[in-house]
Design a binder for this molecule. Structure first.
Ligand code: TXA
Ligand code: MG
Length: 323
């Protein structure tokens, strides 16, 4: 069983670094979700991540960096990419950029692609990378295909048996994963909506972000975007206006569902209609609804603007038929 240590513990940083040097993955809080971090340059360490998660190896990992210099050793920044990094880093924006000739990120972490996904997280995770001195590969710290963890307890419940150390930084303030953006010369393509709203990116870039999100034929653009990602065990239906008896209800903006008096459980992502608060609550409420022993999960409508795009994306994946 994993040891859980608060990030405020004086030994937390040192113990994490020792584990990373041994090639052991460590669960660390980021502003988005908890990540399962390991040395991005070490093949055994990356293999250990894939094994702990049960993750298909064709699905590449994000390399987390402490500063832009560390990123530039790995990937090539166009002026547009640099502008976005300077505006949104540290923060929940991941950039997919071409690898440099001298990149040291292991091909297992990039699944052999010519590009790498890089991001600079906020807070403890960034301090840890700076102290470690190398990029950390870190997927969300959940079993592959399951809802991402936004608390140390979520990580322990899902992966506790398979990893050694969980650093507890409390609840993740953003609560959905980073926005993934491919920057191809002067084109911007949204590979995953996330913690930075597309409108904010367009505001800085002064151009439109393309949305090639749907899988076209056999091609999966961001390999992790398989339709049934983020799956709870209990069937979930979207845009519900009526709750059936015995269902768990997840609603938004204080708008009740008809018949919710007979629901097993009623939760509101944000009674005041704040999409940031809703994003921060989303995964915890999905897990609570799933654990309630309900006959199903009914989710009320959530607006599509701002972080609503990421929230609706995760909800529709959770509602998708299982593969
Ligand atoms: O907020 C986040 O991004 C969290 C925290 C821990 O940083 N991490 C995260 O990692 O969500 P993960 O592995 O669950 O999702 C990474 C996604 C996957 O969908 C993967 O396919 C995509 O990034 N990805 C990674 N490298 C890529 C690349 N070179 N091109 C396209 N997609 C890539
Ligand atoms: Mg994930």
């Amino acid at each position: 069983m994993a040891r859980t240590l608060p990030i405020t513990d004086p030994d937390a940083l040192e113990l994490a670094i020792e584990a990373l040097r041994r090639g052991d993955p460590v669960a660390v809080p980021t502003e988005t979700v908890y990540g399962l971090a390991a040395d991005a340059t070490n093949a055994e360490a990356i293999t250990a991540i894939y094994e702990a998660k049960g993750r298909p190896r064709f699905n590449p990992l994000i390399a987390h960096v402490a500063d832009i210099e560390m990123a530039k050793a790995q990937v090539v920044f166009s002026p547009l990419a640099e502008k976005l990094a300077r505006a949104f880093w540290p923060g929940p924006l991941t950039l997919v950029l071409p690898l440099t000739q001298s990149a040291t990120i292991h091909p297992l972490a990039t699944a052999g692609l010519a590009t790498a996904a890089v991001r600079m997280p906020q807070g403890f995770a960034r301090d840890l990378i700076a102290a470690f001195g190398q990029p950390l590969a870190a997927p969300s710290a959940n079993r592959s295909g399951r809802v991402s963890p936004t608390s140390a307890k979520h990580v322990a419940d899902d992966l506790g048996d398979g990893i050694g150390l969980i650093l507890d930084g409390g609840r993740c303030p953003v609560g959905v994963e980073s926005t993934i953006l491919a920057v191809d010369g002067t084109r911007l393509q949204l590979l995953r909506p996330g913690g930075v709203a597309v409108e904010a990116i367009e505001g800085i870039a002064g151009m439109t972000v393309e949305r090639p999100l749907r899988q076209s034929g056999e091609t999966v653009i961001a390999p992790g975007m398989l339709a049934s990602h983020y799956a709870p065990d209990t069937a979930l239906r979207l845009n519900a206006s009526i709750a059936r008896p015995g269902e768990a209800v997840i609603r938004y903006g204080g708008v009740p569902l008809k018949g919710e008096q007979e629901a097993k459980l009623v939760m509101d992502l944000s009674p005041s209609g704040d999409l940031r608060e809703a994003a921060a609550n989303l995964f915890d409420m999905m897990k609570r609804a799933d654990a309630a022993g309900a006959v199903g999960i009914a989710v009320g409508p959530v607006p599509m603007q701002g972080l609503g795009e990421a929230i609706n994306d995760r909800l529709s994946r959770a509602a998708a038929p299982r593969q």
